[in-house]
Design a protein around this ligand. Structure first.
Ligand SMILES: N[C@@H](CCC(=O)N[C@@H](CS)C(=O)NCC(=O)O)C(=O)O
Length: 336
């Protein structure tokens, strides 16, 4: 194997892995996609600092984990076709949307994956097939059963339960409806080139296509979104970046209803709980209670968003947008 090739250990079922694979494809970064299987698990473990995919093995055995910092690093190494709009305002919004995709849209994705019997069955079988590509039917079936048994109780990790179910499902409906409209006149979220926002959101939404309930929902209701889902599998530039006046009528409602009213209030409450070492927290989202165990990674990612905003200094247009969409109070640096 050539020395300057990157190997991505991933899975078709891992939203963060497919996000990174699409990014590598778009950038034309030489890489090999290596699905993690039971057979190569020991090799994966040898490199993994965290038991998480994607894991990127770079030239000279460099090991990289965590999709966002990997993409940031690759942006420095491969500056052609940048995935951030040149405007500071839009670049920040793109980062914010990516983070919302990774940390919030992951909830409905995971919820739909393990909530209903039909989805548990389909995803359990698919994961077993991916892990045991050469396994016989009986071994795969046993593996699928074990996966289901392990994963269903993990619904609590994303806060999915009888009380939060409606908030989570309505959030996905709302996101898909707003994206459908936004993508009716453009190839990607910020125009003719994919951005951090596209990769982050797409990873989660593509995973929804591997689950019968959400696959049906998307195929029957959202034709523009479906085109974008296919386009993002191997994205190509189709034009230039748009500016905020063109984007705002369909992007602003998404920023407000999903990020300002749901994701950031949730993330702020989660951050407080993590800082106060509370194992669980409850927050009111759109007048409904949402209880879940606190999540350290999300607290770190909120802090990163705050740091990025304060490092920008004063950008009047951005502040105005963040204020109008209820996001600003959660993003100005403060100690919990
Ligand atoms: N923040 C990480 C999240 C990675 C992550 O949560 N990966 C999941 C799959 S999507 C995982 O590896 N879970 C354990 C496993 O599959 O063994 C990233 O962006 O890469």
């Amino acid at each position: 194997m050539s020395d300057d090739i990157y190997v991505i250990f991933g899975s078709e079922y891992s939203p963060f892995s497919v996000k990174l694979r699409s990014y590598f494809r778009y950038k034309g970064i030489p890489h090999e996609w290596r699905p993690r299987t039971q057979e190569n698990y020991a090799e994966f473990q040898k490199y993994a600092k965290l038991p998480l995919i994607p894991l990127v093995l770079g030239p000279k055995d460099e090991v990289l984990q965590d999709s966002t910092p990997i993409m940031e690093k690759m942006e420095e190494r491969f500056p052609e076709k940048p995935i951030q709009p040149p405007s500071e305002t839009l670049a920040y919004l793109s980062t914010l949307l990516e983070d919302y995709g990774d940390e919030w849209v992951n909830k409905p994705m995971f919820h739909y994956r393990w909530w209903r019997d039909e989805d548990q069955q389909a995803v359990g079988d698919g994961l077993a097939r991916a892990l045991l590509p050469n396994g016989d039917a009986q071994t795969r079936e046993e593996m699928a059963g074990q996966i289901r048994k392990r994963m269903v109780p993990r619904l609590s990790f994303v806060g999915s339960n009888e009380i939060t179910k409606d908030t989570i499902e309505e959030s996905l409906d709302n996101l898909l409806t707003l994206l459908e409209k936004h993508l009716s006149t453009r190839s990607y979220i910020f125009g003719g080139q994919p951005s951090f926002a596209d990769f982050g959101l797409w990873g989660q939404i593509y995973s929804c296509m591997l689950q019968p309930t959400t696959e049906k929902l998307i195929r029957t209701t959202y034709p523009n979104l479906l085109d974008w889902i296919e386009r993002m599998l191997d994205p190509e530039t189709t034009g230039g970046w748009e500016d905020w006046p063109r984007l705002s009528s369909t992007l602003e409602p998404l920023l407000k209803s999903e990020i300002g009213d749901l994701y950031l209030p949730w993330s702020e409450a989660n951050g407080k709980a993590v800082f106060g070492e509370q194992p669980e927290f409850t927050v009111k989202l759109n007048e409904r209670e949402f209880t879940q165990q606190s999540a350290k990674y999300s607290a770190r990612s909120l802090q990163a968003l705050k740091n990025k905003l304060s490092a920008l200094g004063k950008v009047g247009e951005l502040e105005e947008i963040l204020l109008k969409t209820n996001c600003l109070p959660y993003l100005v640096a403060q100690d919990w």
